[in-house]
Design a protein around this ligand. Structure first.
Ligand code: GLN
Length: 193
């Protein structure tokens, strides 16, 4: 099982490490041709407008949409969640438009721009440690989307079939269980091919 991390901008090295801890072979993806080598892709946190513009510049929008059409799993964290979603409240920026949800950027207010908390996540036994950095929240989800966790009644983790997204940075702690959850989705996709 080989999982890629989109390496245009943002927290790439930490995701590679967490994926390796979860038992996957992990590589950074800088060119669209590399998508053919991998079974799943992580889109990291960073700055969603920058990531979106670089994706458009290097042909990743269509390439990742085709990757997704093959049922290959995608995991967006923080800015990656924004890029995966169909609707970004009040913003017009390049994105993939894959998950049926509306997101709001930088949604946790000034004094809470960055914070850590323990979160219950559906499908993971004990709460996970979550680091939020100028995080987005999911305002509204379509019928196909399953909510996996909330923080103060706001949706912060969601799944739509082979697509997974969270508002926080799971790669910044030693707790790699959400990467394990994603690696299991990738494993399942490979088994069902
Ligand atoms: N605030 C950033 C954005 O809107 C996301 C922050 C992050 O990825 N840590 O793109």
């Amino acid at each position: 099982m080989k999982i890629g991390v989109l390496a245009l901008q943002g927290a790439v090295a930490e995701h590679l490490r967490s994926l390796q801890l979860a038992g996957a072979e992990a590589i950074s993806i800088k060119r669209t041709e590399q998508l053919e080598e991998i079974d799943g892709l992580v889109i990291p946190g960073g700055e969603s407008t920058t990531i979106g513009k670089l994706m458009r510049k290097y042909g990743f929008i269509e390439a990742i949409q085709q990757f997704s059409e093959q049922g290959k799993p995608l995991f967006g964290t923080c800015a990656g969640l924004i890029v995966l979603s169909e609707r970004i409240a009040g913003q017009d920026q390049p994105h993939l438009s894959l998950m049926d949800m509306t997101v709001s950027r930088n949604a946790f207010g000034r004094q809470r721009e960055s914070f850590e908390t323990d979160l219950d996540v559906v499908g993971i036994d004990e709460p996970i440690r979550a680091v939020f950095i100028r995080a987005p929240l999911i305002q509204e989800v379509g019928e196909q989307v399953q909510v996996l966790s909330t923080y103060q009644d706001e949706i912060v983790t969601a799944r739509q079939g082979h697509l997974l997204a969270c508002s926080f940075h799971p790669e910044l702690t030693d707790d790699y269980r959400l990467h394990q959850y994603f690696a299991d989705m990738v494993q399942e996709h490979i088994a069902n091919q």
